[in-house]
Ligand binder design. Structure first.
Ligand code: AMP
Length: 215
């Protein structure tokens, strides 16, 4: 069983890389942000609680995040392991997680803030199938439409300049120290997030000693 955490600033490609990694390794990809976005879309009680916080690019309360993670992990559908993305984001969340699970590796995708701004502000998302696009590097074939399901693409509510600055500040102040905590346990693998998506995936697999990505 493989238990991975993928960390990195917004727009560093965590979700994309996690999805590529889960494929042939049969890992379960757990994205706390995706779970919250699902609740917002489905207008659940939790969705109502987190909608404004997320749109402002702020962090949801630790209690709620821990409840979501506990519930998701409790499904126990991760026979071959998991890759968790967007969590832990601060010291308390890291401690909560480490009390219950040991982690084999933390993949840290590195990306300078300027590149983050460039990527995030040109990001588009399909609200139906979750496919990510980028108007600079990865444009949809038909403008504004998802290549997979044809749905109209949207901008994430938190991909605005104001929300992005708030998320960057939180990342540097609260999430970076978590990385240092994991570093002391010698489980962190730093990977350059700037190269093309497939190259980043190969670098991740190489550092983790996994078979190469074959698409
Ligand atoms: P993400 O897709 O990981 O960027 O998450 C989107 C938003 O969901 C964040 O900006 C937060 O508002 C919320 N969120 C996701 N994961 C966490 C977490 N571990 N702690 C607090 N808030 C979170």
């Amino acid at each position: 069983m493989r238990k991975y955490v993928i960390m990195g600033v917004q727009g560093s490609g965590k979700g994309t890389q996690a999805k590529m990694l889960r494929g042939d390794l049969d890992l379960v990809h757990i994205s706390v942000g995706d779970i919250f976005r699902w609740h917002v879309r489905q207008h659940t009680k939790m969705g109502a609680q987190v909608k404004r916080i997320m749109a402002a690019g702020e962090l949801v309360s630790d209690e709620l995040v821990e409840e979501v993670v506990r519930r998701r992990m409790g499904i126990h559908d991760w026979n071959y392991g998991f890759i968790i993305d967007g969590f832990p984001r601060n010291g308390r969340q890291a401690e909560f997680f480490m009390e219950s699970y040991d982690i084999d590796a933390v993949i840290h995708l590195e990306l300078p803030d300027d590149e983050v701004r460039r990527r995030v502000l040109s990001r588009r998302l399909c609200p139906s199938c979750g496919m990510d696009y980028n108007l600079i590097a990865d444009r949809p074939e038909v403008e504004g439409r998802c290549d997979i399901c044809g749905n109209e693409l949207i901008t994430r509510a938190d991909d605005t300049p104001e929300a992005l600055e708030s998320r960057l500040t939180d990342y540097h102040e609260k999430t970076r120290p978590v990385l240092e905590l994991f570093r002391r346990k010698e489980v962190v693998h730093d990977v350059d997030g700037r190269p093309p998506v497939e190259d980043v995936q190969q670098a991740i697999r190489k550092t983790l000693g996994l078979p190469a990505y074959r698409g």
